[in-house]
Design a protein around this ligand. Structure first.
Ligand code: ADP
Length: 362
């Protein structure tokens, strides 16, 4: 037992002594006065001094008893839960986020501790999932970087073989170009997403023609839809102006169109519609492609998630994460409806007035 504990015990005892002395003195004075008045008794100084000594001894004993009871109560009701919380806190500090504190049941005396324990457990869970996201992110980035690098290395080695026919040389060189492009796009997307997530990009709100932007963005895919023989149907209302960041919104259309063309087989159809009322613009991008299962649909907005691995080489699973982030920044909404084998429809709703501002709480 260290001296701080002893000092603390003595000061506690002293407080209880003062309290007990005050209460007992008041009660005794009242009792004696009433007794003396009603029974017409007179107390000598000797009587009073003997009674006072006895009472003093009693007060000492009572305050000692109170101090012991209080120390036991503290040990049980305060020290025990505090120790439990501290030991869990130490585990979290050393990196073990799996730790959870058992609550103290329905006992009212522990109500405040149970609330602290609830908060603590939620915090540990959140920290655990952030840690998992971080390690997953690193694993995903490393994987996405290694794959094209390995392919490029292979092509490079094969290009080095003597007497390589021209067509093979062209094929290998194209392989290197394609994969380096993939790497560059991956890094650009990671940087963009990182900036968007850390709010290092400050969206600028300007008035622009959304109808025009959608058409321009769609036209960039002309070569692809002609190559694949995909039919395009548009229902775009003219001159729908909105106040927003056109560059960031361009990212959204680009990714949604790119997916629609990527996941639609030759001979399919991609439909684009833009309708608007006074306050909102609704953009629908539909395709008759492979569709998204409910299981995949639950994850498509997550970073690096790729549902359809047969197209994995043509993307990195960051497109829809970027789209979602931009739509959130614009305080808009994005939804997807899809049936496997039938196609998918992505619907984006944006406010037409200034839509960049306070972000929605998740
Ligand atoms: P990527 O296209 O690079 O794989 P995205 O983040 O753009 O990554 O999309 C994530 C996943 O969502 C895709 O791998 C795919 O499974 C699914 N997906 C997105 N758009 C479509 C679509 N139009 N049709 C079918 N599946 C889609």
């Amino acid at each position: 037992m260290n001296y701080k504990k002893i000092l603390h015990g003595i000061s506690n005892w002293f407080v209880f002594f003062l309290l007990a002395a005050f209460v007992v003195t008041c009660c005794m004075t009242l009792f004696i006065t009433v007794m003396a008045d009603t029974l017409d008794l007179t107390f000598t100084e000797e009587n009073i001094s003997a009674a006072a000594k006895l009472t003093f001894g009693n007060v000492l004993l009572i305050s000692l008893l109170f101090t012991v009871i209080d120390a036991m109560r503290r040990k049980l009701m305060v020290d025990r839960p505090t120790k439990r919380i501290i030991s869990a806190g130490e585990k979290i500090t050393s990196g073990d986020f799996s730790v959870r504190i058992e609550s103290f049941g329905d006992n009212y005396a522990y109500e405040s501790f149970n609330s602290i324990i609830d908060c603590f457990n939620k915090m540990a869970q959140e920290l655990g999932s952030v840690e998992m996201l971080r390690t997953d992110f690193i694993a995903n980035v490393s994987h996405e970087l290694k794959t094209p690098l390995a392919v490029m290395q292979n092509y490079g080695t094969m290009l080095g073989s003597p007497d390589l026919p021209d067509e093979k040389r062209i094929e290998y060189a194209k392989g290197i170009t394609d994969n380096s492009r993939r790497l560059a796009s991956l890094i650009t997307n990671i940087l963009k997403l990182n900036k968007l997530e850390n709010q290092q990009i400050f969206p600028v709100s300007e008035r622009f023609d959304l109808s025009e932007q959608l058409c321009q963005s769609l036209l960039q895919f002309e070569e692809i839809w002609e190559q694949k023989g995909i039919e395009i149907e548009t229902d775009i209302e003219d001159e729908i102006n909105i106040n927003s960041d056109s560059e960031l919104l361009g990212l959204v259309w680009n990714n949604l169109f790119s997916n629609a063309f990527k996941f639609t087989e030759s001979g399919g159809t991609v439909l684009i519609s833009l309708t608007a009322d006074e306050s909102c613009a609704t953009i629908k991008i539909s395709d008759t492609g492979c569709g998204i299962s409910a299981e995949t649909g639950a994850h498509i907005f997550e970073k690096f998630y790729q549902g359809d691995t047969s197209h994995a080489m043509k993307g990195n699973g960051l497109g829809l994460a970027l789209v979602k982030r931009v739509v959130d920044i614009m305080n808009g909404e994005i939804a997807v409806e899809s049936k496997v084998g039938m196609g998918s429809t992505f619907t984006v709703r944006l406010k037409r007035g200034d839509n960049i501002g306070m972000e929605k709480a998740d």
